[in-house]
Design a protein around this ligand. Structure first.
Ligand SMILES: NC(=O)C1=CN([C@@H]2O[C@H](COP(=O)(O)OP(=O)(O)OC[C@H]3O[C@@H](n4cnc5c(N)ncnc54)[C@H](O)[C@@H]3O)[C@@H](O)[C@H]2O)C=CC1
Ligand SMILES: O=C(O)C1=N[C@H](C(=O)O)C[C@H](O)C1
Length: 269
């Protein structure tokens, strides 16, 4: 019997779903035991390897998430907010680790994960890469060292398919900057400028979102003062960095107590 951790991928046909499947198939610590897509999707009933244009791998795509989860130790979920909330309940029922990469969740939607976290491990992060999570910590430090003479702006760029803004990563960076400054992001957040906006308010943390082409994900944290600027930058050029982080989180979740965790916990940063 294999001692590899059995993993289910939800949103199997998506950009991240397919990258996650490749990463799990190549892993020497994890094995693919299930793939889930929404009911009615063309891929349901097909072997995932064949659906992705390659050789059969012996895993059939299903729309029965609970059945798939019950054969696994972890679920990796990069889908959409409503799907993620539904999956959290099923993962809790099956007592499997739920790794959530889905972004664009409202505060209310995030709160709906709480009951599930009483029964299962949830690892959720708007960005699963090592580089971004390190940038989060750096942003906190730089924001703590500077005063409000430095305006903070988070600038992000993504592909034209992305549906949420600011990105989950931008919000993580904004939260880190706010924490460094000892304020609540909700009190100083400035996003979606358009028209006669008035001058920038001292202490505000601004967000700028660019959408275009096939940009994987780029994030700058700009600290701008009179006479000088500091820019902290992360550039993702390959979605594999997110998938590797997610698999790491799924393995890390084994043996942890039920509760909500993030990638800072997983990476020990
Ligand atoms: N945390 C991180 O490191 C990263 C997070 N993301 C986030 O992951 C999410 C997905 O991104 P992409 O893969 O680019 O999107 P995508 O649109 O290519 O894929 C989403 C997939 O989810 C599936 N899906 C939706 N509802 C479903 C349901 N009820 N049951 C099963 N499958 C369902 C869709 O059919 C689709 O295949 C987004 O929220 C994105 O922001 C993306 C990259 C990295
Ligand atoms: O949708 C994406 O593609 C990405 N989403 C995440 C986010 O919202 O920050 C992470 C990464 O930047 C790619």
């Amino acid at each position: 019997m294999s001692d590899k951790t059995g993993i289910v991928i939800t949103g199997a046909s998506g950009r991240m779903g397919q990258m996650l499947i490749k990463t799990v198939l190549e892993s020497d610590k994890a094995k693919l035991v299930g793939c889930v897509e929404r009911a009615g999707h063309d891929w349901v009933g097909q072997d995932i390897g064949v659906a992705m244009g390659g050789a059969a791998v012996g895993v059939t795509v299903t729309d029965d998430a609970l059945e798939a989860f019950s054969k696994a130790q972890a679920v990796i979920d990069f889908t959409a907010p409503a799907a993620t909330i539904a999956f959290s309940k099923l993962a809790a029922q099956a007592r499997v680790t739920h790794v959530i990469g889905t972004t664009g969740m409202t505060e209310n939607e995030i709160a709906q994960l709480e009951p599930a976290a009483r029964h299962a491990v949830i690892v959720r992060a708007g960005n699963m890469s090592l580089g971004v999570n390190l940038l989060v910590q750096l942003t906190k430090k730089v924001a703590a060292a500077l005063d409000e003479d430095f305006d903070i702006e988070v600038i992000e760029a993504h592909h034209h398919h992305k549906v949420d803004a600011p990105s989950g990563t931008a919000l993580m960076l904004g939260e880190a900057a706010a924490e460094g400054r000892g304020v609540k992001l909700a009190d100083v957040r400035d996003s979606g400028r358009d028209g006669i906006t008035g001058a920038r308010k001292r202490g505000d943390i601004g967000f700028t979102a660019i959408r275009g082409g096939d940009i994987v994900g780029e994030h700058d944290v700009l600290f701008a003062a009179a006479g000088e600027r500091i820019v902290l930058r992360h550039m993702a050029t390959d979605r594999a960095i997110f998938a590797r982080g997610a698999v790491k989180a799924a393995l890390w979740g084994q043996g942890q107590k039920p509760g909500e965790y993030d990638m800072i916990d997983v990476l020990g940063l």
